[in-house]
Design a protein around this ligand. Structure first.
Ligand SMILES: [Mn+2]
Length: 374
């Protein structure tokens, strides 16, 4: 049996747009998550710690974080740490992969396919790394083939699996699913896609390739529990794969419908009730939605002040003021003429972006009008 912990896309030292106020703490979170993964490698006595790229940002990655990794990796010995550089941490001049001396139990794959044999485990690990950020050809075209005389074959790779259903037209390191199948691996440990995806083998059935997703939410979209994959390959070649949550904090998105709320006090009450079930340690993205009373402009600054106990909270006002536009337009007042022009602008906009801007302007107008209604 061989076992592994497979992770990808932790993106250490990445710029965190919109999180500048908590940047240092958040970076510490990401490193703590790495420590949690390290603890898992040790607790499971995994043979391999597979890291499928986008580990430490090439641009912005710091020496101190690289040294943190160096120490972390040394601490899992005799487990072997395997890294396949991705588009955010390519194997190129100036990378810490080349400038630092890594512990003896660390393998870093390069733009030339690497094949590492572990005879005592009857296992071979194959891998490839990005030479620079913009690779748009399949690295599988140069795959040297699988070695004979070994029981287990594992591939580590950063790239975009292509099943034919992907919307992306110019993917990074495209990996046609059929070509992946042809490599005859027992398992392909993938990185690049930030959500977990598993691929079944078309002939054998069962999972043979997977993306673990990010271990710590990087963008507001990466909500909920974030995991690494614990894998066991039995001597008969059967794969058991188990996601294990490792995140330090969870990102949560919630919608708050403001219909029927007419006073700031009611609004605060509603917000506080809804937030009660969430941990103050999480990152919350709250969208205020629905058609709301025209005279109540959501007082966001006040909400932020009231929600200070949360590690990070972001409010976005998507409500629509319930001003009777028709009536204003029919009256022909100055405000009515303003609304009519904004509506015409919206209707005449050719592309989506212009239409959205016109709509935002109309919403802003309604806010001003609504705020002054008696
Ligand atoms: Mn990537």
């Amino acid at each position: 049996m061989v076992s592994f912990i497979h992770m990808a896309d932790v993106h250490l030292d990445a710029p965190l747009i919109s999180l500048s106020a908590v940047y240092e703490q958040r970076q510490y979170d990401f490193r703590q998550t790495m420590q949690r993964v390290r603890d898992l490698v040790i607790a499971k006595q995994a043979d391999f710690w597979l890291i499928a790229g986008d580990l430490l940002e090439y641009y912005g990655g710091t020496r101190t974080t690289a040294l943190f990794l160096q120490e972390l990796f040394a601490s899992v010995e005799p487990a072997v740490v395997c890294i396949a550089p991705g588009n955010h941490d390519p194997w190129m001049a100036g990378s810490f992969y080349l400038t630092l001396e890594w512990p003896a139990n660390v393998i870093i794959f390069t733009p030339e396919w690497g094949v590492y044999e572990f005879p005592e485990k009857s296992c071979v690990i194959y891998g490839w790394g990005f030479p620079h950020a913009h690779v748009h050809d399949s690295p599988l075209a140069d795959f040297p083939g699988k070695l004979p005389d070994y029981r287990h074959h594992i591939m580590l790779l950063h790239g975009s699996v292509q099943t034919g259903a992907e919307p992306e037209h110019h993917p990074y390191a495209p990996l046609p699913l059929a070509a992946l199948v042809q490599t005859e691996m027992d398992y392909v440990a993938l990185g690049h896609i930030h959500k977990p995806i598993q691929y079944n083998h078309p002939a054998r059935g069962g999972v043979f390739a997977a993306y673990p997703g990010t271990p710590e939410g990087l963008t507001a979209k990466e909500t909920g529990e974030r995991s690494v994959l614990y894998g066991q390959l039995s001597d008969s070649g059967e794969l058991r794969l188990e996601p294990i949550p490792v995140q330090t904090r969870q990102i949560r998105r919630l919608e708050l419908e403001l219909g029927g709320v007419e006073t700031t006090e009611k609004l605060i009450q509603l917000v506080e009730e809804q937030l009660r079930e969430h941990s103050p340690a999480d990152l919350l993205y709250v969208q205020l939605t629905g058609e709301r009373a025209a005279h109540l402009n959501p007082p966001l600054e006040l909400l932020y002040e009231r929600c200070k106990s949360f590690f990070y909270i972001h409010f976005e006002d998507h409500t629509w003021p319930d001003v009777d536009e028709e009536q204003f337009i029919a009256e022909g007042s100055l405000l009515g003429r303003w609304l009519r022009r904004l509506r015409a602008l919206e209707a005449d906009s050719e592309d989506r972006r212009k239409r959205e801007i016109a709509q935002l302007a109309r919403r802003e107008a309604l806010k001003r009008i609504g705020g002054n209604l008696r």
